[in-house]
Write a protein that binds this ligand. Sequence first.
Ligand code: C2E
Ligand code: CA
Ligand code: CA
Length: 641
Amino acid sequence: MNIYTQVCGLVIIALLLFFYKKQPTMGLSSERKFKITLFVILACVILDIASCYFIVYSRKYQEYIVIAICKLYLISLHTVAFSALGYSVSDLFEFFGSAHEKFLGLCYQVFCIIGVIVTVYLPLHYYYDGQTLYTYGPAAIATYIFVAIYILSIILAAMALRKHLKEKKVYALCLWMTIWSISAIIQFLNPKLLIVSFASCIGVLVMYFELENPQSSLSRRTGHFSSAVIHEYLDYLYQTKQNFSAMRISFQTTGESADENKLLRQTIEMLSDFLFSVDTAKIFDTAEGHFLLIFENTDFLESTKYQISTYFQAVENNSDVGDAITLLRPFYTIIPDCTISDNADELMMLLANYIPSNKGNSSNNEVIVTAETMKNVRRQKDVEKLVVEAMENDRIEVHYQPIFNIATNTFSSAEALVRIKLIDGSYLQPNEFIPVAELTGRIIPLSDAIYRRTLSFIKSYHIERIGIQHIELNLSVKQGESPTFTTKILQMLEDYQIDPELINLEITETSSLRSKERLHENMKKLEEHGLCFSLDDFGSGSSNLNYIIDMPVSIVKLDKLLSDEYFKDNDKAIAIVNAVIEMAHSIGLKIVAEGIETQDQFDAMKTLGVDFIQGFYFSKPLPEHEFLKFIQDNNLKYMYQ
Ligand code: C2E
Ligand code: CA
Ligand code: CA
């Protein structure tokens, strides 16, 4: 009996099934369809062997039994082809799930049933001469034709949909189908070589190693699912419209980098071992030193988190000194309802946004991400996109707000304030995008654009000739602490041939000591080149007088909040304003009152001895030409008042 190839095929499939069943899988539809294909091929190979047996011992059995077994084998070939097609496009059906695809799927099912009926009804013969054996006749030919159509469909589907399929899958499918076609042609031309079912076994072997080998979806480091498959799994959950929860466990750093790596490794190892006992979630090792837990049943989130934090406590509180272990503290980013985001990309972005910062001293060890958070993150992304587009399309504008000098009775300076011009001609105000730009790091390129625009304006219109002694530019904390800031700004001044004395940079307080030190270094260097500084927004928050003394500023800008409180007769505000003015003047600093809107406010500030006034009382921030006109008109008027 020439069944060597079939037996080999049987061994291959049995081994594949053994390994496949042993490994953890994620429950993706492609995995399920692959498993079905494996079983169908197993049945096909068994029926192939059975048909050989019945043909060889046909004398012992009635003719119709032998033919029935042979036809069952042919039917199994239809099924193999059908399930192979199902596997090929499995990702797509769920992804699109549209009526179109469902209709196409139905057509193929009908086609498969027709194929089976045709095979059942058409006559089939078999041949055995004591050595070689094979089946032939219309049923066999019809099966070949039907299977050929399937193979062609799979190749065409893989090629046509290759944008939506993984490149590897297209390649592996084409390889499988080619092996199958060649073997079918060989068997058709030489019916004695029974290699078709063996070829399908080789085909799935290729698929297994290329795509479905669950080992490749596991992290080598921890043995949990690897970051490579998170996306695929999340895609699957979103496509099947399931509600699920996510919890990321990251670690709060200690700030001492020498110990940190060792501690991190130790923590990951311990937690990883423990997580194998958690069976309520799929666990992913994200390769960045975090674990991501996905709960298909959202009810388990709370209890699992409790279980994990209890574990951490137990390790930390171990009273047995010999066994005491220090671990990094866990930080939980929890998304109870993942349908707040639309797809896997957005969810990953959401998680990435919530990596704990300033971890060492944070007492809070979790953040719960809700629909509200999602709304904010989306808005942030939209704003970020707007900023990037505006930078690319040169729609960043700078408006200038005149600052009145009480001593000279003229507008002797102005503050440069950025605006983004929208497509409809309206302006996006800085409060809507500066905080986002700060958060996302876009503030640096954005500020570069603002500075260049302002310097170009100063250069083009020689604003010093109309009485402007300096332009105040806002300096963000990120810019100020950047080690390249000094050289960058000096280079810009050089590029535009601007006298550094025409520039004043407005700094704000920073809470971080390190950042303050770096800013201080930069300020010192720039001061040597003739630039001067203002302390912005004094009195808006935690402003303290020490900052004025510590930092080399020459102007203090009283925030609108503080002056508003002052005008409301708030005793504390009155005391602060008086103290600041007195102290600033005693050390030779000047004072700007910001946000002055009325004549009364102006008079009050003037009486107080403030040096400069900025506010809507005189003018809003104005576009370049309006600003030039305003200064020309008013400086002449005030100069001769
Ligand atoms: P800021 O530096 O305190 O700027 C003063 C803000 O007060 C400006 O708002 C100005 O239009 C507004 N203002 C001036 N006078 C009055 C008044 O009399 N009444 C009222 N209600 N408001 C007045 P703007 O232009 O919307 O800027 C808001 C903030 O955005 C700025 O506050 C500054 O922190 C930031 N910003 C603006 N331009 C830039 C920039 O080029 N770079 C950076 N890093 N930040 C900027
Ligand atoms: Ca300012
Ligand atoms: Ca201000």
